[in-house]
Design a protein around this ligand. Structure first.
Ligand SMILES: Cc1ncc(COP(=O)(O)O)c(C=O)c1O
Length: 399
């Protein structure tokens, strides 16, 4: 499977479009959770101007009053075409898709289809904290199979966990994060094929959260879980939301492998009432017409990854950081900084810069923080300056 190289479309870097003053006018979570003197690099919202095709689709809908209920399969068709072009995957069948309100609510619905109350759901910590919260909220049990020290899936640990959670009991699921949040790890075709074999051997159903799939900036190509041999009984959640910054325009897709089509068909019709018609129009436009914008974003994110590595080496050499091949998130091992279990707290208190605490990411999160690098180079540079100041001040406060 080959990745289409980033086109040189002449599209401007969307991370350069908005000044900090303009961004501070935003009313979303990233900008309104902390006071004005805090620089926010936490929740997964990007500091981008939107792709023009998305703006056009939403504006036309507003002008026409096209704000009713959703109809048709345009979103799934756009995703299937994108998957074919971008990931050389022609196996996404529109008839095996269903609209869901967003990825996490889609995860909940898929887990309901393949598990019952009290059943285990395996996750790979450190991992996106709502994997714990949503699974527990639906009365399932979280079972941890931590990533290896290299930030990759540890197949031996995964197999042990599958064996343990299925011993003498009924159903179990595996909630795979692909690419992985927070490490940015892109799972290879070999790893995913091994996952599928293990899952089949132990009767574990795989639900893959592939929301970050279009956001691959490194050399490893994204491989859709459902494209690997043995994954026929898998379910996947996909959305344009992360890659085009559309979290406020709710719409996502559940996709079933051929062996999971009957399961997906059991999803209650009411779930499809959740996504917004305007959201679906926006997501469809992004996938269909927003690839030049995406390529400009990916080039900007790649430059930011390199900038961050240089800034950390220069200002905070004790921070250990392995740049991931995907997502716009950087997972920082701050244990050598002397800031305790929750360095994000110290960065906020002493440096007025907001990162995400590593603690709710589960095993492996202690002493870590997650930085959102989907910002301008100026903001990123200022953020690392503030982090370094925080380390100095925290040290002075201890002395
Ligand atoms: C891995 C992962 N899944 C799901 C979500 C949230 O997606 P949604 O808003 O569509 O539920 C995020 C958001 O950052 C994420 O990183």
């Amino acid at each position: 499977m080959t990745r289409i190289p980033h086109e040189t479309s002449g599209e401007p870097n969307p991370l350069h479009a908005l000044t900090l003053d303009r961004l501070r006018l935003r009313t979303s979570m990233k900008w309104r959770t902390h006071p004005e003197d805090v620089l926010p690099l936490w929740v997964a919202e990007m500091d981008v101007s939107l792709a023009e095709p998305v703006v056009r689709a939403v504006t036309e809908a507003m002008e026409l009053g096209d704000t009713g209920y959703p109809a048709g399969t345009g979103y799934a068709e756009a995703l299937a075409a994108f998957a074919e072009k971008r990931w050389a995957w022609d196996g996404l069948a529109v008839r095996r898709t269903a609209l869901v309100p967003d990825v996490m609510l889609g995860v909940v619905e898929m887990l309901k289809l393949v598990t019952g109350h009290g059943d285990p759901v395996v996750v790979n910590p450190p991992v996106y904290p709502p994997f714990y919260d949503f699974v527990r909220h639906m009365d399932r049990r979280v079972a941890e199979a931590p990533l290896g020290g290299d930030g990759r899936l540890d197949l031996a640990v995964l197999e042990d966990t599958f064996r343990r959670v299925t011993a003498g009991r009924g159903r179990a699921a595996y909630l795979l994060c692909s690419p992985h949040n927070p490490t940015g790890t892109v799972h290879t075709a070999d790893e995913l094929t091994a996952v599928a074999a293990l899952a089949e051997r132990h009767g574990v159903r795989v639900v893959a959260d592939e929301i970050h799939a279009p956001l691959v900036v490194g050399a490893t190509p994204f491989v859709p879980y459902l494209s690997v041999p043995g994954a026929e009984r898998g379910l996947s959640l996909m959305s344009a939301s992360k890659a085009w910054n559309l979290a406020g325009l709710k719409a996502a897709l559940a996709v079933a492998g051929p062996g999971a089509a009957d399961d997906l068909a059991r999803m209650p019709e009411e779930v499809g009432h959740g996504p917004s018609h305007v959201g679906i129009l926006a997501h469809t436009a992004a996938l269909r017409d927003g690839t030049a914008w995406l390529d400009a974003l990916l080039a900007g994110l790649d430059a930011n990854r390199r900038l961050l590595a240089g800034l950390l080496a220069d200002r905070l050499p004790a921070v250990r950081h392995r740049p991931g091949d995907a997502t716009y998130l950087a997972w920082l091992d701050c244990r050598a900084l002397g800031l305790g279990d929750d360095p994000a707290r110290a960065f906020l208190d002493h440096g007025r810069v907001a990162l995400t605490s590593g603690l709710p990411f589960g095993t492996g999160g202690r002493g870590h923080a997650r930085l959102n690098l989907a910002a301008s180079p100026e903001v990123l540079t200022e953020a690392v300056r503030r982090m370094a100041t925080a380390v100095e001040r925290a040290g002075a406060a201890r002395d």
